[in-house]
Ligand binder design. Structure first.
Ligand code: G6P
Length: 613
């Protein structure tokens, strides 16, 4: 949520800040702003709307400063407006602050600051932080920040500059990511690595409570007591080009097309097909080459949010089918407030593309505290989840920029299938011959994904006929139902169509009341043993006037003459179908969004990384 950048060095800071903000716009985009040191001292420039609106506003002005901070916002306190945009300054204009997160005690702090005679212009919690820092600010901004953060409750990543100290930028975090980029004669801060890739690959990941002071020629990191600490330099391995659109109209379309490559990378790293030996899955990275999982695991608990939660639902079905182990799956925002019961034999799998989702991190910490073994599945090395979880299995999807998750989802599924199959082998549920069959099926998935993508014109044609529909319901059974959850989410996220997912057998228990001639039903039909059951459900909704499109296997004739449209996907193992069946749904959502004149990369009210509750 919200993007933060900061720069100090020998270049003009303005282009570096704007460039960095554009790379982070997916984190929030309802307003943007920058604060810069220039010949006239500290100046602040803000605008409601996208970064290009900020650019238009300041293009006429000359801002040659070589240090500054910037912010792109996803509103939490106060509507998107010029005044509520960041940077926020204190009442005297001495301190400018950009903030990501939520200050939970801001109301009490605000009252206290008002009682000291300070006035407020905005509705934000961030203005409270600026005033609080200024309250402690005499002549050393670093110690003022150290004092102020002691009084803050909640989550924050903060970038701070002070009018009298143009030689440094201060950064501090708690429960919200912040990275320090270490350049040559320049240093940067950012809430996420894409903003840094053009300038450096060497970074410090700040930990909770650490405070960094960035100068042109060095970056110092202190603990909460003010002692300097030695940080390990981490190297970012992402390819800078991977964070560009590469000829595609939108990041989402590019990322949909990257799935064959991403799936190959995620699968190949773990599949061993040495000649002479039976094919096997190597999960040494999460300790699964030993037999502890087989002997000890009593239950698997999966928790995550949004798309990652949908991956978890599919994971549940996969664990039950291939490993025969009980599985609970729950959204992290529910899980963290339940009273989840664990014993030390339980394994908790926590899934998060970003590794920074606030609810998911809280759920992981709760499970850990209650004694579960934690396995994280994440796309971002160095993320909070990756650092705290202990055992990490990375999705090798590369940076995902579009708000609607696509390649992260299918690679999460790839990881879950690998773990479920490995589990099945270790628990004696899968014989060698079956394993060979499953591994061959997994290895063929990237090529099958490519085949589906090569038929995208057919989905585009279908979208051009359906994009104005007001109700689109997805229905399916077993793995198809779980894939429907993700398909419906994609459509509603980026095209604002009312779309829902239903277990096909449940349609008759209520949802059918919503079905009429204006409804499009997309039926996912890949569970071969349940084709007749799906046929009944389709007949029921057709009898109420709905148009029905079916997604099924390439060799399946069952639904010809029953559905209005049949989309065919290459055949794989029934249980692996969601990795493939979701791709037509991703494309359908994308084309509906574009046909409705929307920006699929930046849907309204959403953010890529939700680091607040
Ligand atoms: C937000 C995003 C979703 C994402 C969810 C969980 O809501 O818009 O696309 O699935 O957060 O994010 P995570 O990074 O934890 O997978």
């Amino acid at each position: 949520m919200c993007g933060i950048v900061g720069y100090i060095g020998g270049k003009e800071a303005l282009p570096v800040l704007l460039n960095g903000l554009k790379r982070l716009e997916y984190r929030g985009y309802d307003s943007a702003g920058i604060a810069l040191f220039g010949p006239e001292g500290l100046t602040v420039h803000k605008s409601k709307g996208r970064i290009r609106e900020l650019e238009e506003k300041i293009s006429a002005e000359k801002l040659p400063g070589m240090a500054g901070i910037g912010h792109t916002r996803w509103a939490t306190h106060g509507e998107p407006s010029d005044i509520n945009s960041h940077p926020q300054t204190d009442a005297e204009g001495r301190v400018a602050v950009v903030h990501n997160g939520i200050i939970e005690n801001y109301g009490r702090l605000k009252e206290w600051l008002i009682s000291k005679g300070l006035g407020f212009k905005s509705e934000t919690d961030t203005e409270v932080v600026a005033n609080l820092i200024n309250f402690y600010y005499k002549d050393d901004i670093l110690s003022a920040v150290r004092e102020a953060v002691k009084r803050l409750e909640g989550s924050y990543a903060l970038g701070i500059i002070a009018a009298g100290e143009s030689d440094r930028i201060i950064a501090v975090r708690r429960e919200s990511p912040l990275v320090v980029g270490l350049g040559k004669g320049e240093n940067l801060i950012a809430s996420d690595v894409p903003a840094l890739l053009e300038y450096t690959r060497e970074v410090y990941y700040l930990e909770d409570g650490e405070i960094a002071a960035l100068y042109r020629d060095r970056a110092e990191v202190y603990n909460g007591e003010g002692q300097v600490i030695e940080k390990e330099v981490s190297l970012i391995r992402w390819d800078a080009a991977a964070a560009e659109k590469g000829g595609f109209e939108h990041f989402m379309l590019k990322e949909i097309h990257e799935q064959p490559r991403a799936l190959t990378d995620t699968l190949r790293a773990r599949i061993r097909t040495n000649t002479g030996a039976a094919a096997s899955i190597d999960l040494e990275e999460i300790g699964f080459n030993k037999s502890w999982a087989a002997e000890n695991a009593g239950r698997v608990v999966i928790t995550a949010c949004g798309t990652a939660w949908h991956a978890g639902v599919i994971g549940k079905y996969a664990f039950e089918r291939y490993a025969g182990i009980p599985v609970d799956v729950d959204t992290a925002s529910e899980f963290r407030y339940r009273n989840p019961v664990f014993d030390s034999k339980d394994i908790c799998i926590v899934i998060s593309q970003s590794g920074e989702t606030a609810d998911t991190l809280a759920a992981m910490r709760l499970a850990k505290q209650r004694g579960a073994g934690i396995i994280a599945i994440t796309n971002v090395a160095g993320s909070t989840l990756a650092r705290e979880a202990g055992l990490v299995m990375y999705t090798w999807a590369g940076p995902e920029i579009a708000v609607a998750s696509t390649k992260a989802f299918t690679t999460q599924l790839a990881c879950l299938y690998l773990i479920a199959l490995k589990f099945g082998v270790l628990r004696g549920r899968i014989q060698d011959t079956d394993m060979v069959k499953y591994i061959e099926a997994l290895e063929a998935i990237p090529a099958h994904a490519e085949t589906i993508l090569s038929g995208k014109a057919n989905i585009q044609r279908f979208a051009s006929l359906q994009f104005n529909k007001n109700k689109v319901f997805f229905m399916g059974r077993l793995f198809d139902y779980a894939a429907c959850l993700e398909s419906a989410l994609k459509l509603k996220e980026i095209s604002y169509t009312h779309s829902e997912a239903f277990a096909a057998g449940e349609i008759k228990h209520g949802p059918i009341a919503l079905v009429d001639t204006s409804t499009l039903i997309v039926a996912l039909c890949t569970q071969s043993s349940l084709f007749d059951k799906m046929e009944s459900s389709i007949t029921q909704v057709k009898a109420r006037g709905a148009a029905v499109a079916v997604i099924t296997w390439e060799d399946c004739k069952h639904f010809d003459g029953i559905a209005d449209e049949v989309f065919r996907i290459p055949k794989t193992e029934d249980g692996f179908s969601p990795i493939l069946s979701v791709i037509p749904a991703q494309l359908f959502a994308y084309y509906c969004s574009v046909l409705r004149g929307l920006d699929p990369d930046k849907p309204r009210n959403l953010a890529k990384s939700v680091t607040v509750e």
